[in-house]
Design a protein around this ligand. Sequence first.
Ligand SMILES: Cc1cc2nc3c(=O)[nH]c(=O)nc-3n(C[C@H](O)[C@H](O)[C@H](O)COP(=O)(O)OP(=O)(O)OC[C@H]3O[C@@H](n4cnc5c(N)ncnc54)[C@H](O)[C@@H]3O)c2cc1C
Length: 490
Amino acid sequence: MAIVFDTEYDVVVIGGGGSGKMAAYIAAKEGGLKVALLEKLPETGGSSIYAEGTAAFESSEQKARKVPDHPGAHFPTKEEGFNRYKDYSHHRFNPDVARMQVENTAETIDIMKSLGITYTDVTIYAYDQPLELYTFHRPDGLGERVQEVLLRACVNAGVDIFTATPAKKLLTEDRKVVGVLAQDAKGFDLKIKAQAVILASGGYGNNPELVEKYSWLRRAAHHTYQCVPTQNTGDGLRMALEVGADTESCQAVMIIACARGKTLTSHSSGAGSQPILWINKTGKRFASEEVALSFADTGNTMAKQPEGVVYAIMDADTVQHLIEDGSDMGLGDFIKYHQKLTNLQLELDQDVRDGIAWSGGTIRELAENIGLDPAIVTETVAKYNDACDKGYDPEYFKAAKFLRPVKKAPFYAVNMAPSVLVSDGGIRVNGNLQVVDFNYQPISGLYAVGNEASGLYGDTYNLDVPGTANGFAHASGRVAARHAIKAIKG
Ligand SMILES: Cc1cc2nc3c(=O)[nH]c(=O)nc-3n(C[C@H](O)[C@H](O)[C@H](O)COP(=O)(O)OP(=O)(O)OC[C@H]3O[C@@H](n4cnc5c(N)ncnc54)[C@H](O)[C@@H]3O)c2cc1C
């Protein structure tokens, strides 16, 4: 029976983050198409509002600066970027998608500049990280401003934006996607006819069931801590699978470490992210805490621990050091490099009162308060202090400069948890961002972009090319929209 539609558009975009808004803007502005953008939350923006930087290759900003503000560094070519995606993913990337990324991200910078954004820097994410490419374009006002500007551009281009309107299901006829079933802001079904549907719903990172099912993070999936209030629950992936889409590199997730119950900008969370002594539920160390140089590698390391639980241990001297001298390691703009963590003592005291951190006059007392075996923790700390005294870590080879002893009372433990920021793989697409089936045949009328689309990663987020996810969101949205314009206009 033919579907009876309530309304009709040329293009329906599902999701109002960076990828969705870029797709909607291009379809309306360049294609002159009638475009609806559906956003399930009361406001658009998604996880893109948190993005501090966006990747681009051979951009006008890189060309104008000639070389990065870092001795011996250079801006990577498109070819270097492509090869980094290839190597980091162990060839599990999709070369057509990676080429799309390196070819199209520079244009995002020019489009955003034309819309009023200025770029304050082109840099890397973590200053001490030797492997990163200089691709991190930092807009003034960061992701929040970029998303505001894109929203205005969509409105000016005539895009109809429906907030609090989640898409529920893709509607098909003769194996072609012909529309979307959504729920309008009043809770009623809304059937929208469309010649092209673009899934831009941000991946499954906020859905612990799907994190357990698809990502490599099985052990800790139900022990993650959501540090930002995004709602990317895998709706696009589910809808695509229902119409025969294939998946690729579903396991890739972007994880950051955050103190449970705290925000990424809180000083106790910032302290726990430093390369200080970390122990897990067994009461023992488990890695060189120097991994803190990369938030993504730190997230991976912590997520592997039993129940995803890590205790970051510090003594009174370390607390003082972080307050007076500042952090040894930055966490982008959340905790800046060498930022003085001036609220740390106040926060620790409050966190202890709230039962989300622990203190003790001795290591034994600290361990007992946490609920760990005091004998094991005492031995761990003694071994670690010995390594600090010798300036050599025989267990995990942490650099001497990060060997900070745990000797002076009072002692504190911050409860660190893996926080899945977003998923980075999922729906298999081709270089035009068309969703494909198991035989790599495009599903007519269907595209996936941003975090919903796979192709750049193997099993983990690539901080080697900082800004990759956000760069991909905008570039993939644009490329999908342009392909849809051509398909619709013939
Ligand atoms: C704290 C944080 C910091 C980050 N920092 C960076 C960074 O500096 N650089 C970087 O490259 N990446 C960063 N990211 C990753 C970021 O997610 C990507 O950069 C990218 O911007 C994602 O864009 P997107 O459009 O795919 O998804 P999003 O921007 O998340 O948008 C998806 C949208 O779809 C909506 N939606 C979901 N389901 C439905 C449905 N059924 N119907 C309708 N709407 C739906 C969501 O509500 C959301 O608004 C960060 C992520 C977080 C959480």
